[in-house]
Design a protein around this ligand. Structure first.
Ligand SMILES: [Zn+2]
Length: 414
């Protein structure tokens, strides 16, 4: 658009300015689907900076041994110009891994891992911190990084237009009561109290508290808080000491066409000093070994005497995770960050508050889902907090505030 300012009267100038403002705000809110190319890569001793000429969807990193390398996949990225490296990084290579993913490989002088990282506020660069480690300290998981929501490219349409049937939901599971405003245009949140019935979950060595009871009390506190807020609708997967297989839990959310699914748990650890909350979202690869172990433990809830009670067998589960829409996973990850932000004033989180793993209960492909490990039943302070009504009130306040912020835009547009 060519604007010749000098020939314009005051009025046209004003109109042009208004148009420019509309265009500028449109640019801020519309995420273009085209990919950003890698325009620059810089690596020095402890830092890697990757710049893009346009928005990308996200990035994930993983380490490889023998020879030592770090690979970075940029989703919604195009391979571009080469990089500049000093220190621990010997060389930088990049190529197009698949049509939607650029891969950058850093050849290392000695073993190193990415300790943390983030996108810049405008989403145009990714900053990663690098630390050298011993040969056997190379973590096997993938770490994911997302640009801020406003500055994130959308994945190609077809990757999230997959609608699929998960098989007939069991008729025997009745749908729960929906609390809150009698208005179907309000967002619906399904809160899932982990475990139940014959499956107690973790048992506290301090006073015998059982995870199934702790999670139900927290789920009810969250429901009551959301109902009191009056902004969203809410349902519980169970409101009694009842056993549900994992697929029934997210199945309820899908049948109710829920906008958000949240499974409540409380962890256990061999080390009694371990404490604090963690929020998990779904990923094909766990972010660390501990997250992978926890997912394996939680996924065992379906297995009794060696028989998997889950409706989806092993095959279906693996297909499900392949087809899981990245869009849903991104919304889940955004909510996880919000949950940490809103709850950290109310309760203590672990050092890495958001982790990824392959939890069966999070596998609904079209419902944004998080699993909230609210603390450790093996930790004296955590169990006292989670098992008290003051503690539950605080957890519920943080969760409700995150949920209301998450839906704020949707609620404002009503
Ligand atoms: Zn659990």
């Amino acid at each position: 658009m060519k604007i010749d300012w000098t020939k314009m009267g005051h009025r046209t100038h004003k109109q042009a300015m208004a148009l420019a403002t509309i265009l500028a705000s449109a640019l801020l809110t519309i995420n273009p689907a085209h990919a950003g190319s890698i325009s620059r890569i810089e690596a020095d001793g402890s830092q890697i900076t990757i710049s893009f000429d346009d928005l990308v969807e996200g990035a994930s990193t993983f380490s490889l041994a023998g020879p030592d390398r770090i690979a970075i996949d940029v989703q919604g990225g195009k391979a571009g110009r080469g990089g500049f490296a000093t220190g621990i990084v010997k060389a930088v290579r990049q190529g197009q891994y698949n049509p939607n993913t650029a891969r950058i490989v850093f050849d290392l002088d000695r073993p190193a891992v990415i300790t943390n990282g983030s996108f810049s506020d405008d989403g145009k660069s990714l900053n990663l911190r690098l630390r050298s480690v011993g040969q056997n300290q190379i973590a096997s998981g993938r770490q994911s990084f997302l640009p801020p929501l406003k500055f994130r490219a959308e994945p190609p349409k077809k990757s999230y237009s997959v609608k699929m049937s998960l098989g007939k939901p069991k008729d025997s599971v009745r749908l729960p009561k929906i609390y809150g405003p009698d208005d179907p245009s309000r967002p619906l949140v399904v809160i899932d109290a982990g475990h139940g019935g014959h499956d107690p979950g973790a048992i506290s060595p301090h006073g015998d508290a059982r995870e199934k009871n702790v999670t139900l009390a927290i789920a009810r506190a969250i429901r009551d808080r959301l109902v009191a807020g009056g902004r969203v609708r809410v349902a519980l997967t169970r409101d009694s000491d009842e056993f549900l297989v994992l697929e029934e839990r997210y199945g309820i959310a899908r049948r109710l066409d829920a906008d958000l699914f949240m499974s409540i748990h409380a962890d256990a650890a061999g080390n009694e000093s371990a404490s604090g909350a963690t929020v998990y979202t779904l990923s094909e690869v766990a972010s660390d070994r501990e997250a992978a172990k926890l997912a394996a433990r939680e996924n065992k809830a379906n297995i009794i005497n060696g028989i998997n009670l889950g409706e989806a067998g092993r095959d279906v589960s693996s297909i499900l995770i392949d087809l899981t829409q990245r869009e849903t996973m991104n919304v889940s990850a955004d909510f996880a960050k919000l949950l940490h932000r809103e709850s950290s004033r109310q309760m203590t989180f672990r050092k890495i508050p958001h982790r990824y793993a392959s939890f069966v209960v999070l596998k609904a492909p079209d419902t944004p889902s998080v699993l909230f490990e609210t603390g450790y039943l093996t930790n004296k302070d955590d169990v006292a907090f989670l098992n008290s009504s003051q503690g539950r009130t605080k957890v519920a306040a943080g969760v409700a505030s995150a949920i209301e912020s998450h839906f704020a835009r949707k609620l404002a547009m009503r």
